[in-house]
Design a protein around this ligand. Structure first.
Ligand code: CO
Ligand code: CO
Length: 341
């Protein structure tokens, strides 16, 4: 019996948008952030200006904190699996900066009167996944909420000289991605009741996989830029890297790998609202188009690392991390920050 079959309550049926697809439209966020004051503090190594994965705050010459928070609505129906995915997704932003995750605080929105057994399973799934990450849960905060929401604020440590931001991609670099694309459409198909179980299982396995090994495989290699691909989709996060690095990222649409079922569900129109928001926000930054366009904007939950690095380092990385594959290259800034070829 699979995790899906033994799930009594249909968690995803009670939410309007699942997982990272529930993210606020990037347009709204961009407008609000523009008006915030900038911090003048030399210890803030990475703030929100460059839309990086996590903030970095130096607490000693050789030590900095990596801080990030992520929470969302259910992407799968099995409560334990949902909790575990929320944890893998939250901790990923620490890995995307090259950090070592150490502690977490949980964040919970819970409807009054909902089955407490389900809540226990969500939290157990999260706790087990964080244990696998070597992260201690120190506490948390919960509120009464008509929609289930769960996630974590995660803290990590890093040497200030070893921070891997999204801002370092250089002309001539190869682009690698460590996971396949398509968790958003598969979650939408699940909500619509048209997803095949094997496809849901495949997406779950991908979302449950920690980016820890993908991050550790960068050790000792000349890696220029890194980010994880989550709610803004492949092109949304590629855009952030391109802007922060002042380059153009060229994505070879035919080289992008998709989870089994993803193309089928995209053609069947199982597209989340988050996908439309991403397209609205990012499309003006993209030159060219492809048949798989929809999926390039698909919001990912617990997606892989997008890495920019020189050719030789890319070969060495793929030897250490066989799931990683090439999907493009970095060029000098062209007419647009992104180009689909
Ligand atoms: Co991220
Ligand atoms: Co995030």
């Amino acid at each position: 019996m699979t995790a899906l079959e033994k799930a009594a309550p249909k968690l995803t049926a009670k939410t309007r948008a699942g997982g990272c697809a529930a993210k606020l439209s990037p347009k709204i966020l961009d407008r609000a952030l523009k008006n915030l004051p900038r911090w003048e503090n030399e210890n803030v190594l990475i703030g929100y200006d460059t839309a990086d994965d996590a903030g970095i705050y130096k607490i000693a010459p050789d030590l900095a904190l990596v801080q990030t928070v992520d929470f969302f609505t259910p992407v799968v129906d099995d409560p334990y699996t949902f909790g575990a995915i929320a944890a893998a997704n939250a901790v990923s932003d620490v890995y995307a900066m090259g950090g070592r995750a150490i502690s977490a605080l949980s964040i919970l929105g819970w409807p009054a009167g909902e089955d407490e057994d389900v809540l226990g399973k969500i939290m157990a799934g999260g706790a087990d996944k964080l244990k696998e990450s070597g992260v201690s849960v120190l506490g948390g905060h919960s509120i009464n909420d008509p929609e289930v929401k769960f996630g974590y604020a995660v803290t990590g440590l890093i040497h200030p000289d070893r921070v891997k931001s999204n801002a370092g991609a250089k002309e001539g670099d190869v682009l690698l991605l460590t996971k396949k694309i398509g968790t958003g459409v598969i979650s939408s198909a699940l909500k619509k009741g048209i997803a095949k179980q094997e496809h849901v299982e495949g997406a779950m396995q991908s979302m449950l996989t920690l980016n820890r090994a993908a991050a550790e495989a960068m050790d000792g290699l000349d890696v220029h830029g890194v980010t994880d691909v989550t709610g803004f989709g492949l092109l949304g996060h590629a855009r952030e890297m391109a802007l922060a690095s002042n380059v153009t990222l060229e994505i070879a649409a035919n080289d992008v790998r998709f989870l089994d079922g993803a193309l089928e569900y995209a053609r069947a129109g199982a597209l989340s609202g988050g996908l439309g928001n991403n397209r609205d926000f990012v499309a003006s930054c993209v030159e060219g188009a492809s048949e798989v366009d929809d999926l390039l904007y698909d919001p990912q939950t617990s997606g892989g690392l997008l890495i920019a690095l020189p050719e030789a380092a890319a070969d060495a990385y793929m030897k250490k991390m066989p799931a990683a594959y090439r999907l493009g290259r970095v060029t000098a800034r062209g007419t647009k920050p992104l180009k689909i070829v």
